[in-house]
Design a protein around this ligand. Structure first.
Ligand code: SAH
Ligand code: ZN
Ligand code: ZN
Ligand code: ZN
Ligand code: ZN
Length: 437
């Protein structure tokens, strides 16, 4: 399956314009092109499908429009804001949150939710931490909501404020947004602002239209239309010299090209706000993604480099610190800022390599032959003279295959194997060794 990208005049599903795909085999495009939902890689979540050359009758178009309308959230963002204003006026004893509907309840609505589980006495502190109140939407294929561990979130925030950024475009990073918002409301001298762009509309209950836009990062669709787009554009204007950085942590399920295309549009939005001095610079960006996507990301953003910092998550069995010490997380920061500026915490073992001019993991040894710190996963890699590069410590050089590979492998060139675990039958994005529980 190959993505042909966002196409002008593409039909819409409830998630905005669909993307154009084509089946491929052995690298060549084969068969009919079709449109499918940009956001949902699971047909259970959105089953939109249309052949590119399919004639769609007026009646079906009308029905589709009606369907799309009826599949928008029940309350608008504006209505949710009014509800919030009323909610915070309520005494604690009347502040309820329905866990089933994931919704703040006003007393008049209690009855309708009477057989639902709910939380009582919702405090102001809870309203300021919606990512704790809402349950993470973990459905792997669509939302894949994996929240930063406090340590990682704090690190990111310190890093970007230390670099002098005062505005953060948080694309799919609700927890970072939340940390910025609550600090800004508590600390007088903390003058950083954040705008959250996310497909998770539940957040519209807690943030104003200047703080949250309902957005699909796979097709650059603003559900709130031109007004929301304008909010974003305005935010990207570096008024009063407040420099902007975009931070994004998309679902890892693939479609890197779709993400890249949207991020380029956000970058273009930033560039177009230009007063003076952007020249040919790019909007500074942190793209948080697993290390094994490095070459894919660099394909689209050659100016990016991958940092060694391992990003940890809360609700993620594999990517978080265990009680018994550190589990290695495969998630990294990709950035177009100079690597030498990204200072990683020495107390967590990172050190500065003066040759590479960047911070690296403690296990990442500078290879004299490659003349770089070559480890990608934090373990010490070894140099293979035959392959002329450093490889994973568990690999050995196979004379049959003429390359380094796992000890256990069958000596036939098969490129269907998973990049992460080496096994056939799945791609790295679906690798069970990365599965979340
Ligand atoms: N680590 C981040 C959360 C990353 S999880 C944090 O703690 O802040 C991925 C995020 O992307 C989720 O918030 C999810 O709602 C959002 N998301 C998933 N699909 C999306 C899409 N198509 N468009 C925009 N946001 C999306
Ligand atoms: Zn859809
Ligand atoms: Zn080095
Ligand atoms: Zn080497
Ligand atoms: Zn080798």
């Amino acid at each position: 399956l190959a993505l042909l990208g966002p196409a002008p005049g593409a039909p819409c599903c409830p998630h905005g314009p669909a993307l154009l795909f084509v089946k491929t085999s052995q690298g060549t495009e084969e068969g009919r092109r079709f449109y499918a939902c940009s956001a949902c890689r699971d047909r259970k979540d959105c089953n939109f499908f249309q052949w590119e050359d399919e004639k769609v009758s007026e009646a079906r178009l009308a029905a589709r429009e009606e369907y799309n309308r009826s599949h928008q959230p029940f309350f608008t963002h504006r209505q949710n804001m009014d509800r919030y204003k009323n909610f915070v006026l309520l005494p604690l004893s009347k502040r309820r949150f329905c866990q089933e509907c994931q919704q703040l309840l006003l007393p008049a609505e209690w009855k309708k939710h009477s057989d639902h589980q709910f939380l009582c006495d919702i405090t102001t502190a809870q309203l300021k931490s919606p990512s704790q109140l809402l349950y993470p939407l973990e459905n792997k294929k669509t939302n894949a909501q994996y929240l930063f561990a406090d340590r990682s979130c704090q690190f990111l925030l310190n890093l970007l404020t230390g670099l002098g950024f005062r505005r953060v475009l948080s694309v799919g990073t609700p927890r970072l947004h939340e940390m910025i918002q609550s600090k800004a409301s508590q600390e007088e001298e903390f003058n950083v602002r954040s705008l959250l762009l996310d497909i998770d509309f539940r957040y519209s209950q807690f943030y104003t239209e200047d703080e949250f836009c309902h957005y699909n990062m796979f097709n650059h669709h603003f559900f709130g239309g031109e007004a929301a787009r304008e909010t974003c554009r305005k935010f990207l204007c570096e008024e009063n010299g407040e420099r902007v950085i975009m931070v994004t942590d998309p679902p890892f399920g693939g479609l890197v090209e779709a993400l890249a295309s949207s991020f380029k549009k956000l970058m273009a939005m930033w560039r177009e706000t230009e007063k003076e001095g952007h020249d040919n610079r790019e909007m500074p960006m942190f793209w948080i993604f697993p290390y094994f996507f490095e070459s894919r990301i660099l394909d689209f953003f050659p100016s990016f480099s991958m940092m060694d910092y391992q990003v940890d998550y809360d609700n993620h069995a594999l990517y978080k610190h265990g009680k018994t010490g550190r589990r290695q997380s495969p998630v990294r920061i990709f950035t177009n800022l100079a690597p030498s500026m990204i200072v990683l915490p020495e107390e967590e073992g990172y050190r500065f390599c003066t040759v590479c001019q960047r911070y690296v993991s403690s296990g990442n040894q500078h290879c004299e032959i490659c003349n770089s710190c070559t480890s990608k996963d934090g373990r010490r890699w070894k140099h293979c003279v035959l392959c002329k590069k450093c490889v994973k410590p568990s690999w050995f050089h196979c004379d049959n295959c003429k390359s380094c590979t796992l000890q256990k492998h069958s000596c036939e060139k098969s490129d269907s194997g998973c990049f992460v675990c080496g096994k056939a039958g799945h791609k790295r994005s679906a690798c069970p060794s990365l599965s979340r529980s």
